[in-house]
Design a protein around this ligand. Structure first.
Ligand code: CMC
Length: 430
């Protein structure tokens, strides 16, 4: 059996042999298919990249039909149970689990880079009191590029490494400052005696106590949530990171673009949208009416469906269990009943079954975050912090891949043909 595809162009009756590698043909191989010498050549049309591989990657594997997610080969369930966020970040970036020494060094580097320049606080102060923290995060991460001009040296491995460490280390600080700003609280400096997640909770919730001691169950739960959010291969924000990074801009600017992509309600903004939806539904007896609205196309069932998963999102399974552990400490979230009923009905309803719509990672996270006293507008920020590890791993892989060039898709132009400009006086309103 030959690893190739035979294409017969019925316009010309010509035959073409196109090689197949990794179950894929190269889109550029289609360009030889022409009607005439002057013809540009055949292109493929794939709005929203439904069936286009934009890179070869060794970072994250997803089998959406089976509900499998692996980072560098390790199943997400095992990482969630046994690893920590920083260890998973190390794995994503460097490709292997660290030795004890490598881990100590990585943790110490991250811990030493948690502070941000004092001028960032002034920048924060300029935001309106009710500014969405995701907007603040987006703006301030972009601003970091002006504080670190060496970030432009993207082909220098040491400079690249410095920015990777800075990004992972400073993201919780910026996120916590954004939260404190919205609450009118003084910014709390990092406490390097705490874990990555413990320090983040301290920067958020510390008031006058000299040391803030996070509840160990909640600290671990947040760390597990960070593990679960660390990467998800070529999703909208990962693609934004690669695409913007392919212009060879500094990684702070590229991460700002990735955050912007994550902000949308169809992506990382979904966790916030789920909780708003659950609050709007309010009680179990209103669930059926809401499902009806979803089925008529009036609204989407937020936290359901996925471009890749056509099965239960493996992260959602872990999160459902995690919710129970958190609720034991915080007390249950009354909206849990509503969520469970929504899931129960949706999983047996023909509309959802036919379209293979299952709960995704965002369906239960909001309930946990709310129980942990995070305001709703912080939810997407809690997604951005860990996803930074995935973004920088994807970014570096893209930079070092000799097959990658600046991202520049083609289009099918269906607009006006060439025509001459004419004066305003002769124009009529359309
Ligand atoms: N509620 C109701 N119907 C839905 C939903 C939903 N949540 N998701 C998809 N559908 C329907 C959609 O209307 C379409 O039906 P039809 O074939 O009759 O037109 C069919 O299912 C296929 O949907 P699609 O829009 O072609 O699917 P997609 O792969 O383009 O979209 C998605 C994926 C995640 C954007 C979408 O499922 C969605 O909007 N979900 C709600 C938002 C959400 O939870 N997003 C978080 C995703 S997971 C984490 C992340 O990426 O950040």
């Amino acid at each position: 059996m030959a690893d190739s595809l035979t294409i017969i162009d019925n316009r010309t009756d010509k035959r073409y042999e196109v090689p197949i590698e990794h179950g894929t043909i190269k889109a550029m191989d289609l360009r030889q298919i022409k009607v005439s010498d002057g013809d540009f050549g055949l292109m493929s049309y794939d709005p929203s990249f439904g069936n286009t591989a934009c890179c070869k990657s060794q970072i994250t594997f997803i089998d959406g039909e089976k509900g499998i997610l692996l980072h560098r080969g390790y199943p997400i369930e095992q990482l969630a149970e046994k690893s920590t966020f920083l260890e998973t970040a190390y794995l994503l970036i460097y490709g292997e689990l660290p030795s004890g020494e490598q881990m100590d060094d990585f943790v110490s580097q991250i811990t030493r880079h948690t502070m941000v320049h004092e001028n960032i606080k002034k920048l924060m102060d300029g935001f309106h009191y009710d500014a969405h923290p995701m907007g603040i995060l987006l703006g301030t991460v972009g601003a970091l590029s002006t504080f670190y001009p060496d970030a432009k040296n993207i082909m220098d491995p040491e400079a690249r490494q410095r920015q990777i460490i800075r990004l992972i280390a400073k993201m919780p600080t910026l996120a916590a400052y954004a939260y404190r700003h919205s609450r009118g609280l003084p910014y709390a400096y990092p406490d390097n005696s705490l874990s990555f997640t413990g320090n983040f909770l301290s920067m958020l919730f510390r008031v006058t106590e000299p040391t803030y001691y996070p509840h160990p169950v909640l600290e671990r739960a947040l760390d597990v949530l960070f593990v679960l959010h660390a990467d998800h291969e070529q999703n909208c924000s990962g693609n934004a990171m690669r695409s913007v990074g392919s212009s060879h801009v500094d990684p702070f600017s590229a991460v700002a673009a990735a955050i912007a992509a994550l902000y949308g309600p169809l992506h990382g903004g979904a966790n916030e949208a789920v909780l708003r939806m659950l609050k709007e539904i309010g009680s179990v007896d209103k669930v059926a009416a809401h499902i009806k609205r979803v089925k008529t196309g009036e609204v989407r069932l937020m936290g359901f469906g996925h471009r890749v998963y056509k099965n239960y999102d493996p992260r959602a399974k872990v999160i459902k269990r995690l919710a129970e552990e958190v609720f034991e400490v915080t007390g249950t979230n009354p909206l849990l009943e509503v969520a469970l009923e929504l899931e129960r009905i949706a999983l047996q309803d023909e509309y959802f079954v036919a379209r293979k719509l299952y709960p995704n990672i965002d369906f239960y996270t909001g309930l946990i975050y709310e129980a942990m006293k995070f305001p709703m507008d912080m939810f997407p920020v809690l997604f951005a912090i860990p996803r930074t590890a995935g973004w920088v791993a994807q970014w570096e892989e893209m930079l070092l891949d000799p097959e990658q060039k600046i991202a520049r898709p083609r289009q099918i132009y269906l607009g006006q043909q060439r025509r001459d400009y004419y004066p305003m006086a002769k124009r009529q309103s359309q």
